[in-house]
Design a protein around this ligand. Structure first.
Ligand SMILES: Cc1cc2nc3c(=O)[nH]c(=O)nc-3n(C[C@H](O)[C@H](O)[C@H](O)COP(=O)(O)OP(=O)(O)OC[C@H]3O[C@@H](n4cnc5c(N)ncnc54)[C@H](O)[C@@H]3O)c2cc1C
Ligand code: FES
Length: 344
């Protein structure tokens, strides 16, 4: 099917296969169509169908709440084309050759619990993938409808092994499915890499990370990339990692290693929202600081007047991300220096 997209920057066209969503087909062919979650929750990929026939797969998607279906509004990440179509999007569209996302097959192995409700797993890809630190992929299994987004924890060029961390959501389809796996060889469909909350060392900026729970995933990739490229020789890094209690924190050994390797240029604070920090530093990893409070409040308090030449990365539950962004804007950080992923 031929899809024509009219935008503020003119119109462009691309081919879309029977089983592809319009968003994934366009991104794969190098168009920077609007999206954030790529999985039906945010509503950013809204488009209006001007002609042609489409089918929206997940009609109850939370991102569809603000659509006007009678006017032909759809979420491109949930919609496949049944004929040639013309769509209109309320933004500018350009083409890019950078790291186009593609569909691959993968096998999940090495699922291991890090805490009561958090698990680490590795994904072995059929073909290697390039990605930038801070990006994510969408995983899907034949056992469930729809895909789920997970941020890469590791960082490597052209790699066939990618690491992830997943927080169990009570009653959640994918997380319940993964936590219940007894076998250690799970086949999944993978689409990616995706996401614009990316770390680019060449921008020459200090890094501030504010993560809630599994939101630390993409930050681990950013810290790995920054450590490997020697970024902390010239720039500072400040990480706030929010968990409910100290027993919920994970990846502490790796975080302590990054702090030690930075020669004092990287600070990591674990913010405990439901427990008092009994000591100023972690009892087993003294290079990691402890604080009490919600992570966005701890970050806002500690960072007052200290955002100079910084890019701020925020990831985690949507409420936490919204609160952190509000505090950052009130703290004078330009929106162009705030990059976020809402784990909805
Ligand atoms: C950019 C991004 C990065 C993320 N990274 C991580 C991460 O690194 N670690 C982590 O733990 N979580 C991450 N998440 C959250 C993750 O994608 C899941 O939402 C979470 O694991 C809960 O999934 P679930 O299937 O258990 O819950 P569910 O409530 O069953 O599903 C959650 C999400 O799955 C999709 N979905 C559900 N049903 C359907 C359907 N019928 N059709 C189509 N789609 C459907 C929707 O996006 C929905 O919000 C990320 C989310 C985003 C947007
Ligand atoms: S990108 Fe489609 S709803 Fe978020």
């Amino acid at each position: 099917m031929k899809i024509t997209v009219e935008s503020k920057s003119g119109s462009c066209a691309f081919q879309c296969g029977d089983n592809e969503t319009i968003l994934y087909a366009g991104l794969h062919q190098g168009l920077n169509l609007p999206y954030e979650c790529a999985t039906g929750t945010c509503g950013t990929c809204r488009a209006r169908v001007m002609s042609g026939e489409v089918e929206m797969r997940w009609k109850e998607a939370p991102g569809a709440k603000k659509l006007k279906p009678d006017k032909g509004d759809v979420l491109m990440c949930q919609t496949r084309a049944l004929s040639d179509c013309v769509l209109r999007v309320p933004s500018e569209i350009a083409t890019t050759d950078n790291n186009r996302p593609a569909s691959r097959r993968g096998v999940i192995r090495g699922i291991r619990r890090l805490t009561n409700d958090v698990a680490h797993f590795d994904l072995y890809l059929g073909e290697p993938m390039d990605f930038e630190a801070g990006q994510f992929v969408v995983l899907a299994t034949g056992d469930l409808s729809g895909g789920r987004a997970y941020s890469m924890v590791n960082f490597d060029n052209s790699t066939a092994k990618v690491a992830f961390v997943m927080k169990r959501k009570p009653g959640g389809g994918f997380s319940d499915w993964l936590f219940a796996r007894k076998d250690d060889e799970v086949q999944v469909e993978v689409f990616g890499p995706l996401g614009r909350a990316i770390f680019r060392p060449e921008e020459g900026k200090n890094i501030v990370c504010i993560a809630g729970g599994s939101g630390i995933a993409g930050m681990m990739s950013i810290l790995e990339c920054a450590t490997r490229t020697g970024h902390f020789r010239n720039y500072k890094g400040i990480v706030f990692f929010g968990v409910r209690a100290l027993s919920d924190a994970f990846y502490l050994e790796a975080l302590a290693r990054y702090v030690t390797a930075s020669h004092g240029r990287l600070q990591v604070t674990i913010a405990l929202s439901h427990e008092d920090a009994k000591t100023p530093t972690h009892p087993h990893y003294p290079v990691l600081r402890l604080a009490s409070g919600m992570v966005h409040d701890v970050a806002a308090h500690a960072m007052q007047g200290r955002y100079e030449n910084a890019v701020v990365y925020v990831a985690g539950p949507p409420i936490m991300v919204d609160s952190a962004i509000r505090a950052l804007i009130m703290g004078g950080v330009p929106t162009s220096d705030i990059r976020y992923d809402k784990f909805s």
